[in-house]
Design a binder for this molecule. Structure first.
Ligand SMILES: [Zn+2]
Length: 443
C-alpha cells in the first residue's frame, strides 16, 4: 500500500479482532537451536564493520548462534564445517533502519491503496511475511519497521522470534503517529465513507492525545515510536515540508517514549519541522530532504542520526508518471533538494544510519542504498559503516549485532569480490546467515 503515507485505519479494515491476540511483547528468541557443529566461513576479504578496514584473508568462526572468532588467523576448531567462499567479502549482516515490511510496493500509487484496502489484516500479514523473507535473502538480518497498520509488524516480529515465520530481526513501531490531515493520517476520505483514524491508529491532536497515541503503540508492542514531524511525499493533502506536530505534542511523545526506553524516529523533509523535532529530543530524522547545513551541524552536535532513504528518492523520481500530479510535484521537489543535503551531511559528519523506506520500491532491493551513498561522495567503507555500527547503534542493538566480533550474534553476509572496489556487490549476496542459521548459500 502506501508507505510513509501511514497505514489504513483499523476501523477501515475491520481489524480490531486481531489486536488482542498480537499484544504479546517481545518474548526473546524461542527458535529451534542453531547447529552445534562449529561453522567456519572463509573468504578472500573480510570487513568487520567497526574498524573500517579490510582484513585479508577473512575467517569467521561460528558456534551455535554466536561468532566465537574473527580475523585472518582465527583458529579453526576440530570437526568444524568449512564453507570456503573464495573471492568474496564477509560482512556483518546488513541493517535497514527504515522499512515498511507490512506494505507492498506498487508503482501505480492509486492501485496500491485500492488493493491494500481490499485485504483483511490477516491476509496482509502473509504479504508481510513474504516481504520479510525477500529482505532477509537480500542480506538484511536486522530491520526497523517505521509504521505498519493493524500491528502486523508486531505480529510478524513475534512470529519470527518464535520461529514460526522467516525474516530479519525486527524493531517495530506499530502505527506511525501524526496529526489530523498530516502525513501519518492515512484516512483522508469523507467521514461518511471511511471511519477517521484515532490515537490507536496514530492520529492525535494536542499533547495529551499524542501521549495517549504513544502509550497505545507501546502497550501493543512497539519497540520504537515513529512520528510524522513534517508533511510527506506520498500523502494527498499536505505540503511536503511544513511542521505537522506542535512543540507541545512533540515533547509529550518524546518524553513518553523515552520514559519507556524507546527511541523516536521523526519523518521530516522540511527544515523547520526537523528543528522542532530535534529540539524536542528525537533520535533520528528520516529523509531530511530540505535540511540546511545548520540543522545537520546541530544533529552532529546532539548525536541525532540522519536516515537518508536515498534509494526511495531516486526511485520516486524515476516513476513520477505513476503518481497523481500533486504527489509527483512533491516527489520531484524533495528529490531536487536531497542530493545537496546528503553531500552536506557527509561533509559535516552528521551521524548517518542506513535506511531505505523499502515498500516505496520493491522489497529486497534495499542493498542499493550502499551504492547510492557512494554515488554522492561517501567512501565505500563509510557507506558500509552506516549499516553496521551506524544503524546498529541507532536501533540500540549494537551489543548484539552489527559487527563481526567474537560474542556477537552470527549475522553474516558474503558478497562477491572485494566490496570496497565494487560497492554494488552488496546487491548480490552469495551467502546470508542469521543467528548462526544459513538462510542463503553455503550448500
Ligand atoms: Zn517510511
Amino acid at each position: 500500500m502506501k508507505p510513509c503515507l501511514a497505514p489504513l485505519s483499523a476501523a477501515l479494515l475491520g481489524a480490531g479482532l486481531l489486536v488482542t491476540g498480537l499484544a504479546a511483547t517481545f518474548a526473546g528468541h524461542a527458535q529451534a537451536p542453531a547447529p552445534v557443529q562449529p561453522v567456519v566461513l572463509k573468504a578472500a576479504h573480510l570487513f568487520d564493520g567497526r574498524s573500517g578496514r579490510m582484513v585479508e584473508p577473512g575467517t569467521v568462526v561460528v558456534q551455535g548462534e554466536r561468532i566465537v572468532a574473527v580475523g585472518a588467523n582465527a583458529r579453526v576448531p576440530d570437526g568444524a564445517r568449512m564453507i570456503d567462499l573464495g573471492d568474496a567479502t564477509l560482512l556483518p549482516g546488513f541493517i535497514d533502519a527504515h522499512t515498511h515490511i507490512a506494505d507492498d510496493h506498487d508503482d501505480d500509487w492509486a492501485a496500491g491503496i485500492y488493493n491494500a484496502m481490499l485485504r483483511f489484516p490477516a491476509e496482509q500479514a502473509f504479504h508481510a511475511q513474504r516481504n520479510a523473507k525477500v529482505t532477509l535473502d537480500a542480506g538484511f538480518t536486522t530491520i526497523r519497521v517505521l509504521g505498519a497498520g493493524d500491528f502486523i509488524d508486531v505480529a510478524l516480529r513475534n512470529a519470527i522470534d518464535a520461529g514460526y515465520a522467516t525474516g530479519p530481526r525486527m524493531i517495530v513501531a506499530g502505527h506511525a503517529i501524526g496529526s489530523t490531515g498530516g502525513h501519518c493520517d492515512s484516512a483522508p476520505y469523507p467521514v461518511t465513507r471511511v471511519v477517521p483514524s484515532t490515537p490507536m491508529e496514530g492520529v492525535c491532536n494536542g499533547a495529551e492525545q499524542c501521549r495517549e497515541a504513544t502509550r497505545l503503540q507501546m502497550k501493543y508492542g512497539a519497540d520504537v515510536i515513529k512520528i510524522c514531524a513534517s508533511g510527506g511525499v506520498l500523502s494527498e493533502s499536505d505540503p511536503v515540508d511544513v511542521p505537522q506536530l506542535t512543540p507541545d505534542e512533540l515533547k509529550a511523545i518524546v518524553s513518553e517514549a523515552h520514559t519507556w526506553g524507546r527511541k523516536v524516529a521523526a519523518h521530516a523533509h522540511g527544515d523547520r519541522a526537523a528543528r522542532l523535532a530535534i529540539d524536542a529530543g528525537v533520535d533520528s530524522i528520516e529523509h531530511g530532504s530540505f535540511l540546511t547545513a545548520e540543522t545537520l551541524q546541530l544533529m552532529k552536535k546532539k548525536g541525532v542520526y540522519l536516515v537518508p532513504t536515498r534509494t526511495t528518492l531516486l526511485w520516486t523520481e524515476s516513476k513520477l508518471a505513476g503518481y497523481p500530479p500533486k504527489i509527483a510535484g512533491k516527489a520531484h521537489a524533495a528529490y531536487t533538494s536531497h542530493e545537496a543535503m546528503l553531500r552536506n551531511a557527509i561533509r559535516i559528519g552528521t551521524p548517518i544510519a542506513l535506511g531505505t523506506d523499502a515498500a516505496v520500491f520493491p522489497h529486497g532491493l534495499n542493498g542499493r542504498e550502499f551504492g547510492d551513498y557512494v554515488d554522492v561522495g561517501m567512501s565505500p567503507a563509510a557507506a558500509l559503516m552506516t549499516s553496521s555500527i551506524g544503524a546498529a547503534t541507532l536501533l540500540g542493538v549494537e551489543k548484539d549485532t552489527g559487527t563481526l566480533e567474537a560474542g556477537k550474534a552470527a549475522d553474516v553476509v558474503a558478497v562477491p569480490g572485494n566490496v570496497l572496489t565494487d560497492i554494488r556487490a552488496t546487491e548480490r549476496p552469495v551467502l546470508v546467515m542469521k543467528q548462526g542459521r544459513l538462510v542463503r548459500g553455503g550448500e
